[in-house]
Write a protein that binds this ligand. Sequence first.
Ligand code: FES
Length: 220
Amino acid sequence: MTRYRKEDPEITRRKFINVAVGTTATVGVVSLVSALGTANPVFRLTRDKMPPVKGDILVHALESKEGQPIRPGELSDELIRAWPMGKDEQGNNVIRKGDPNNILAVYRFPKGQLVEPTNLEATVNGEIVVYSDVCTHAGCSVSDNEQRPGTMNCPCHSGQYDPKQGCKVIGGPPPRPLAQLPVRLEGENLVVGDFFLQHPYPFSEEGWEARKEQVKEQLG
Ligand code: FES
């Protein structure tokens, strides 16, 4: 004769609750996963991680001057690093340094030195030009080339760029030029005119188009 062990009613009740909670949680997770999978959601970007957008002001990235607007009179053929500064949801200034790939290189060359393939319409008066300062090879920050004045050098694998010619690649492994950022002058401020003209590191062409759409949608 089979003997059944009599269970404590309190233990049985707790078991039931545990199973029920576990089942609900599992169903919840499965539902969330399937919702995420089917909806293919795009996660919201915080304002400090957005790429430079129209209307942003360029400010110094150098620690001792960080956040101060860059004035045209400070610029020369020596690289000045900048961050784009926009507004948060409350209208407060936000420096977009949450994504280190937003770092920018700003130059001012004597009139006539900036030539194609630089997009001259996206410069200030054919003199002030702004590029992504992130190497298109593997994402290192690019500097002035002390050995070859007037050009840029990437310290990681010696990628070389010419900032007077649209930052085209003139040596080393980078696969494409540094992306140019359209700028204009408003009073004494350098202001972003639009998104980067080419896909900056680390985006593919398609990925960059998708990111621009996402930013436009978020900013309305
Ligand atoms: S990361 Fe710049 S050359 Fe490799």
